[in-house]
Design a protein around this ligand. Structure first.
Ligand code: CP
Ligand code: NVA
Length: 302
């Protein structure tokens, strides 16, 4: 049994398989073709934080594959009254076939997976967001082909998205340039030497985007850090991805953002809505890649 708790859990070869399946499932979906390989399978979604894309893509996705979903939130379950995560894992995983969790510390999802009888998917933690990077790389490949040898510029917070991009950089062979304000650096304590070899830290965001094939950013205040948002707004003021930054990137550069976006903060309206932005494709592709992921975790290779 496999889990998908961080991006480094899978090999490049497995990603190649997943992307081929995602492409196939997307084609079926666009043609209204019924495909129910997960008939009668049940997905439990555990949300300890808010969500729009993750909720809709997983619930619609399992339904389209013939299964169904249960949504569990902290406030409405015994999780909110302190039931240990290990107990929740043992109970829920006796009743469903697969679990997706969005929570705070990565250790919570790891503890859940140790006690789970079924595959567990990370739907975002404070440390990682592997499903989003799965969609982002699939989206880049659709638009521009392989990321191998390319440059990805991350501007803004050294957060869960940034850390997941670094794992992907080592796997797919691209260079990740990270530019964060002082005090918001990417935590590289858990990074492997291979990952560190694919990382360049640049203080100046204009230097980081120079010639980059993909420019990407995220909110200045991630979920769980709301108390810092006032201070962060001031600290990140020089880190908005705007038209000037995109002009310094490669002429064919794409812009990505996992969404939700704050126009006028981490990204200008013009870039988000501009011709280089693929954010809506990115969001849609969450559906297709996660369907491929659930199919793979439950049925293996077909
Ligand atoms: N990008 C993403 O995970 O969005 P949600 O928070 O809406 O799920
Ligand atoms: N870094 C953001 C991503 C939201 C999808 C957060 O963790 O809130």
């Amino acid at each position: 049994m496999k889990h998908f708790l961080q991006f480094s859990d899978f090999t490049v070869e497995e990603y190649a398989y997943l992307f081929a399946r995602a492409h196939h499932l997307k084609t079926l979906f666009k043609a209204y073709t019924i495909y129910h390989p997960l008939k009668d399978r049940m997905l439990a979604m555990v949300f300890e934080k808010h969500s729009t894309r993750t909720r809709v893509s997983f619930e619609a996705g399992i339904h389209q594959l013939g299964g169904s979903a249960i949504n569990l939130t902290t406030g409405e379950t015994q999780l909110g009254r302190g039931e240990p995560i290990e107990d929740v894992a043992r109970v829920v995983s006796r009743m469903v076939d697969i679990v997706m969790i969005r929570t705070f510390d990565q250790s919570i999802i790891e503890r859940f997976s140790v006690h789970s009888r079924v595959p567990v998917i990370n739907g975002l933690t404070n440390q990682y967001h592997p499903c989003q990077i799965l969609a982002d790389i699939f989206t880049f490949v659709e638009h521009r082909g392989s990321l191998n040898g390319k440059v990805v510029a991350w501007i803004g917070d050294g957060n869960n998205m940034c850390a997941t991009w670094l794992q992907a950089a080592a796997l797919f062979g691209f260079q990740l340039r990270v530019s964060t304000p002082p005090g918001y650096a990417l935590d590289t304590r858990l990074a492997t030497s291979e990952e560190l070899a694919h990382l360049s830290i640049l203080a100046d965001p204009m230097e980081a985007v120079k010639g980059a094939h993909l420019v990407t950013t995220d909110v200045w205040t991630s979920m769980g850090y709301e108390a810092e948002s006032e201070v962060r707004r001031a600290d990140f003021a020089d880190y908005q991805v705007d038209e000037e930054m995109m002009a310094a990137a490669h002429p064919e550069a794409l812009f990505m953002h996992c969404l939700p976006a704050h126009r006028g903060e981490e990204v200008s309206e013009g870039v988000l809505e501009g011709p280089q932005s693929v954010v809506w494709d990115e969001a849609e592709n969450r559906l297709h890649v996660q369907k491929a992921l659930m199919e793979y975790l439950l049925l293996g290779r077909l």
